[in-house]
Design a protein around this ligand. Structure first.
Ligand code: NAD
Ligand code: DAU
Length: 356
């Protein structure tokens, strides 16, 4: 038995691959383009492991997809591959359209043609799980209930619009062609191997480097945080038991304003790795110009996943964030390796133009 994972060298994908192979001996084929966000160092412990087959390639390459499916005959495909950073989508939306829309389309078409010719038993058992985001639902007002699976789509950034378009294609391929799909919408993840362009890892690495901790706008925007390994366990659960064509929200009921997140990280660093001058890392907090179109609040109602499939997160925010900060302190080589020239160029591009 084999599964195919796309984007398995990125943050969530690599956590998923590591957890999958820690729990099962089923071969996993990992298709990843290795963009700036893909990093084989995340998977270093799998070197030489015959259960992990890595293929460098683009989700949009139909011939390659056809070849992988024909060669490896997976029983399931899990689509993580995406351009994922909202700020980058504002600076340059083109890659988001190519991967999140065209790439998803090519994957659906390749899988559809291959799946149609499978023998009856394998045709019936096959699943395609598409990993989406809560951002497609738009932004909540302070007193709104959390997003449910029936919330209308109201994406506000090029990133979320491209993810929304990909989700619509997945839905249409189920209704029109009967492709056996499942879709998940998760809230903000955090944990090991998170690329330091995103808030939590950026704050940890900037704090340790003595740099400013940039807070967009007033810092009162709310995100709903989930430890990455809980997202991975939810995906495994949906793949194993989800109803075909259904959508599942994934979240851990951890709504927090950004400024509280940054304070929590600083407090943990003060305890685990105090500054040499004994002052708090909070002194490095700097308010900067806001993100255009910045969504004010996300919150996920994950009751369907709990009620129908019995999934619950294992970590609280307090346990997960402590593990995360400790992981970054324990992996200085990983941190310095990802801060390449390209990373520094991005930091310059994104932060130089923001006034303090
Ligand atoms: P990431 O940016 O860390 O990783 C994306 C991976 O996809 C990288 O390894 C990259 O090389 C690969 N990739 C990009 N374009 C590709 C292409 N054209 N062909 C093949 N591979 C390609 O992203 P992430 O944070 O791990 O997110 C994974 C998925 O989960 C995405 O679909 C994202 O929308 C979704 N998601 C993320 C979060 C979050 O908080 N990070 C929350 C909910 C949903
Ligand atoms: O909600 C799920 C989404 O979460 C995923 O679909 C995306 O792929 C993922 O990147 C994430 O999107 P966000 O935009 O919420 O994540 P980010 O870490 O970029 O920002 C989190 C919040 O922190 C957001 O309100 C913007 C703010 N922020 C971010 C950065 C990088 C800052 O205040 N300062 C910063 O320097």
């Amino acid at each position: 038995m084999t599964i195919l994972v796309t984007g398995g060298a990125g943050f969530i994908g690599s956590n998923f691959v590591l957890d999958w192979l820690a729990e099962s001996d089923e071969t996993l084929v990992n298709l990843d383009k290795l963009t700036y966000a893909g990093n084989l160092a995340n998977l270093a412990e799998l070197e030489g492991d015959p259960r992990h087959v890595f293929v460098r390639g683009d989700l949009g390459d139909r011939d390659l997809l056809d070849q992988i499916l024909a060669t490896h005959q997976p029983r399931a495909v899990i689509n993580f591959a995406a351009e994922s950073h909202v700020d980058r989508s504002i600076h340059g939306p083109e890659d988001f359209i190519q991967t999140n829309i065209i790439g998803t389309f090519r994957l659906l078409e390749s899988v559809r043609h291959w799946w149609a010719a499978l023998p009856a038993e394998r045709h019936r058992a096959f699943r395609l799980l598409h990993v989406s985001t809560d951002e497609v639902y738009g932004s909540l007002a302070p007193n709104d209930g959390p997003f449910t699976e029936t919330n209308p789509y109201e994406p506000n950034s090029p990133y979320s619009a491209s993810k929304a378009a990909g989700d619509h294609l997945v839905r249409a391929w189920y209704h029109t062609y009967g492709l056996p799909v499942l879709t998940t919408h998760c809230s903000n993840n955090y944990g090991p191997y998170h690329f330091p362009e995103k808030l939590i890892p950026l704050v940890i690495v900037n704090a340790l480097a003595g740099k400013p901790l940039p807070i967009y706008g007033d810092g009162q925007q709310i995100r709903d945080w989930l430890y990455v390994k809980d997202h991975c366990s939810a995906i495994r659960r949906v793949l194993a038991a989800g109803q075909l064509g259904e959508v599942y929200n994934v979240g851990g009921w951890n709504e927090k304003p950004n400024i509280d997140i940054v304070h929590t990280v600083c407090t943990l660093l003060d305890e685990l790795h105090p500054r040499s001058d004994s002052k708090s890392y909070k002194d490095q907090i700097t308010y900067v110009t806001d993100r255009p179109g910045h969504d004010r609040r996300y919150a996920i109602d994950a009751r369907k996943l709990e009620r129908d499939l019995g999934w619950r997160p294992a970590e609280t925010f307090e346990t997960g964030i402590r593990k995360t900060v400790q992981w970054y302190l324990d992996h200085p080589d990983w941190v310095s390796n990802v801060q390449s020239g390209a990373y520094r160029e991005w930091v310059d591009q994104n932060y130089k133009q923001r006034s303090v």
